[in-house]
Design a protein around this ligand. Structure first.
Ligand SMILES: [Zn+2]
Length: 183
């Protein structure tokens, strides 16, 4: 039997199966396009609850493939607060899970909503880029304390949408963020 014939047979089979599988295929397509919800808890960061929520709202207004929702039970992303000479940081898988720490001293020096939104950016998959301008959220403390921007720029928005295009399925480029200095 020729290879060409075998392929033709396979195509015919696929065509025959298509009507039966149409419902499933359609559902899968909808699932891929659907927004993925990441639940976060502010229970351990009561001082910063409003700025955490403001930062999350900034992200929710900026991206379409992932949505942050506050829910203290069963949250994959937890915010905590305290004093740490290293400052604020994110310990996360870069895909919606982990812990974000907000440092009291740093939050008095820098805009706390920018800190919260920046650390949340790590949980959504973005790396630090301290040399960037204030308009870039992931430049963190780089532009100095006078920078109060807490909204991701167009490049950051596009990158997060790209990283969440497959929902909770991790991107192969996924990085783990450990202690991060300067936010
Ligand atoms: Zn950072």
């Amino acid at each position: 039997m020729s290879r060409k014939f075998a392929l033709a047979g396979a195509v015919a089979l696929a065509l025959a199966v298509t009507p039966l599988a149409a419902g499933t295929a359609s559902a899968a397509t909808e699932q891929e396009a659907a927004v993925t919800t990441v639940y976060y808890s502010t229970a351990s960061a009561p001082t910063f609850r409003s700025v955490i929520n403001a930062g999350a709202a900034n992200w929710n207004r900026s991206v379409t493939n992932v949505r942050l929702v506050e829910r203290n039970s069963g949250a994959s992303l937890r915010y905590t607060e305290g004093n740490d000479p290293r400052g604020s940081y994110a310990s996360t898988n870069g895909h919606g899970s982990g812990t974000i720490f907000i440092d009291y001293t740093q939050a008095r020096q820098y805009n706390p909503t920018r800190i919260a939104a920046h650390e949340t950016g790590h949980a959504l998959g973005l790396p630090d880029h301290y040399s960037g301008p204030c308009s870039e959220l992931m430049s963190g403390g780089g532009p100095g304390p006078s920078c109060t921007n807490a909204v991701p720029n167009a490049t950051e928005r596009a990158r997060v949408n790209q990283l969440w295009a497959n929902g909770l399925v991790a991107n192969s480029e996924q990085r783990v963020y450990e202690t991060v200095y300067g936010f």
